[in-house]
Design a protein around this ligand. Structure first.
Ligand code: F0G
Length: 358
């Protein structure tokens, strides 16, 4: 059996890793790429799901964080800092713990999912809740990194993008070529940029015959790339992508233009409906921000822009267990009420509508 060694070792040649390089890894990458028959049936396309929630801290951030923290160590850093809607902070705290250094994480007060908050605390991150939104946090983190001895590990650090592009390598390897379309959630647009770069490199190396059209999706209330202007007070239940001023704005526009791509906006109800479809029909539970890839595909298929038989890959970026509360809500907003019975076989059989074998 081949034992996966994390992205820095698996792609050492591509990432410039030598015997002298520090490697801080939790075994990230090598995530499942799953055919999604239910989504293929619904859209007429050939749909695959790249399940990034299967990374060690439950999101795609780990691919970039292994590179960013390893290089921070090689630069002599004793502390890293990030702004985060939750997943970056969880990942930074975990990789810093692994490396034996400090991670300071700035998050918008009251606006990150409980699972992510727990991770930052569990890994001994210096968690600071800021009375402001993600964009405020990022501004402070950048200023701190410019003026104090802390190393910035947000995706404005190119090491993050370097690591995250490896997901595109894996997809090309499994499928034997790049897909026709790639659907992905967009917050800062760092990951959109990373996949675009990974796919372009594979085409330049002659490993793939094409680059996919990159389709990125933002939540309706936080859609600066779609609107073409900064959103001052971004809102969405998909807190991971509650971002009004994307850090990789220019790079994302370049990537969109280079791939004949697209940015779309999806409202929260459709995000939650897509989360349910993916969990109930494909068996993959993701957090709301990740479900926007599915919602985006359904939206574009309905709009008639996905030719029948097109090969489509959706990145789902974070695990559903990070922010489980949404699955316990009905579409009308009421709470799901699990059935309660007395501890008797006949009661359970009756609730399940079972009749005994003759
Ligand atoms: N999906 C999830 C689950 C995320 O956590 C993020 C970003 C994105 C998508 C968007 O990726 O920013 O590269 O466009 N989360 C960051 C964080 C902002 O702090 O965890 P992007």
């Amino acid at each position: 059996a081949h034992l996966w060694r994390g992205v820095l070792r698996e792609y050492a040649d591509r990432l410039g890793v030598t015997d002298a390089s520090t490697v801080v890894t939790l075994g990230e990458g090598g995530t499942p790429l799953l055919p999604a028959a239910a989504l293929s049936r619904r859209t007429g396309a050939d749909v695959w799901v790249k399940f990034e929630g299967m990374n060690p801290t439950g999101s795609f951030k780990d691919r970039g964080m292994t590179v960013a923290v390893s290089r921070a160590i090689d630069h002599g850093a004793k502390a890293v800092i990030c702004a985060s809607t939750g997943n970056t902070s969880a990942s930074a705290a975990a990789y810093a713990a692994r490396a034996g250094i400090t991670a300071a994480v700035l998050v918008p007060e009251g606006k990150i999912a409980m699972g992510k908050l727990s991770q930052a605390v569990a890994h001994n991150g210096r968690l600071i809740q800021v009375r402001g939104n993600f964009d405020d946090c990022l501004e402070i983190a950048r200023e701190l990194a410019d003026n104090y001895p802390v190393h910035l590990v947000n995706s404005v650090n190119p090491d993050r993008i370097e690591g995250q592009k490896t997901a595109a390598y894996e997809i090309v390897e499994v499928l034997g070529d790049a897909p026709d379309f790639h659907f992905i959630p967009v917050g800062n647009a760092g990951n959109y940029t990373a996949y675009s770069r990974g796919y372009r490199e594979e085409a330049e190396r002659g490993v793939s015959t094409r680059v996919p059209r990159m389709f990125g999706f933002q939540a309706e209330g936080s859609a600066p790339l779609v609107r073409g202007e900064v959103v001052k007070n971004p809102e969405t239940i998909a807190t991971a992508i509650r971002i009004g001023n994307p850090a990789s704005w220019e790079l994302a526009l370049e990537a969109r233009d280079a791939t004949d791509g697209y940015f779309g906006a999806i409202d929260d109800d459709r995000i939650l409906a897509a989360q349910k479809i993916l969990a109930a029909e494909v068996g993959v539970f993701v957090e709301p921000a990740s479900a926007i890839s599915v919602a985006g595909l359904l939206d574009r298929a309905e709009a008639g822009v996905i030719p029948a038989g097109s090969r489509v890959v959706l990145t789902v970026t974070g695990h559903g267990l990070k922010d489980p509360q949404w699955a316990l809500r009905n579409a009308d907003g009421s709470d799901v009420q699990p059935t309660v019975v007395d501890a008797a076989t006949s009661e359970v059989a009756s609730v399940l509508g079972l009749t005994a074998d003759p």
